[in-house]
Design a protein around this ligand. Structure first.
Ligand code: NAD
Length: 249
């Protein structure tokens, strides 16, 4: 028996990085996963990688109509969900002095507004308790130059988890957040830096990690499986950092 045998799980941002590794692990643990991402092609490749028990729905989590469409598909196919991994997110590296309104809005549209409505609109699909896991970031407690809008958006995610833990307690839905440190995913390639500066940023982040390396997406997937499964049945409202100790020392 897998740890998620027979569970129905939605994973936003499931076509790449942490979300994809988690989707693969969830299926290995017996779940059926519905993954979302913005590009059909990436989702098709992700589904082929996961191999079985996976449904894909393309859409943007900051677009409420896309969320309605996603949940309509899930309702039609499965009728309910047990687990929601609200993981889609991203941001731009930009210092305070030169950040643009568009960069700021994009970060908050995905990480704050998108995540808020991802959870709100999923609620009718939870029938008999469940587990919601939100992807924050250890940046939410660190002072990282150039990442302050991103960090603030991820601090909001942490606040959501605290409040929703109380709001959803009577429905037996546990809500936890999870804060990765630097993880080996394509995310840093998308923050708008030239490749040599990406390498510098990786070296700088890694030098601050007591375990001395970036984490692998599979190491984050293990944390999410724990929070999604009954192994964490008495845990709600926490933030679980998986950051090689970076923000803990
Ligand atoms: P990634 O770029 O590999 O994957 C991001 C996923 O999110 C993709 O599937 C993408 O399609 C999806 N996505 C992005 N914006 C979206 C939108 N508007 N609507 C729908 N889907 C959208 O990145 P990752 O590193 O796997 O990041 C996953 C999460 O982990 C993010 O929330 C990120 O902020 C967080 N995180 C990552 C790191 C890291 O070092 N990689 C560290 C801390 C937190």
């Amino acid at each position: 028996m897998g740890k998620l045998e027979g569970k129905i799980a939605i994973i936003t941002g499931g076509s790449s990085g942490i979300g994809l590794a988690t989707a693969k692990r969830f299926v290995e643990e017996g779940a059926h996963v519905v993954i979302t991402g913005r590009r059909e092609k990436d989702l098709a490749e992700a589904a082929a990688f996961i191999g079985r028990n996976v449904t894909t729905v393309a859409g943007d989590v900051s677009n409420l109509e896309d969320l309605d469409r996603l949940y309509a598909v899930v309702k039609e196919k499965h009728g309910h969900i047990d687990v929601l991994f609200a993981n889609a997110g991203g941001g731009t590296i930009a210092p305070l002095a030169t950040s643009t309104e568009a960069q700021f809005d994009q970060t908050f549209d995905i990480n704050v507004k998108g995540l808020f409505f991802t959870v709100q609109k999923a609620l009718p699909l939870f029938k008999d308790g469940g587990s919601i896991i939100l992807t924050s970031s250890n940046a939410n407690v660190l002072g990282v130059p150039g990442l302050t809008a991103y960090a603030a958006s991820k601090a909001a995610v942490r606040s959501f988890a605290r409040g929703w833990t109380v709001e959803l307690k009577d429905r037996k839905i546990r809500v936890n957040s999870m804060s990765p440190g630097p993880i080996e995913t394509p995310a840093l390639d998308k923050v708008g830096l030239p490749p040599e500066q990406v390498e510098q940023a990786v070296a700088q982040f890694t030098s601050l990690v007591p375990l001395g390396r970036r984490g692998k997406p599979e190491e984050i997937a293990s944390v999410v499986v724990f929070l999604a499964s009954d192994e964490s049945s008495y845990i709600t409202g926490v933030d679980l950092a998986a950051d090689g100790g970076m923000a803990q020392v």
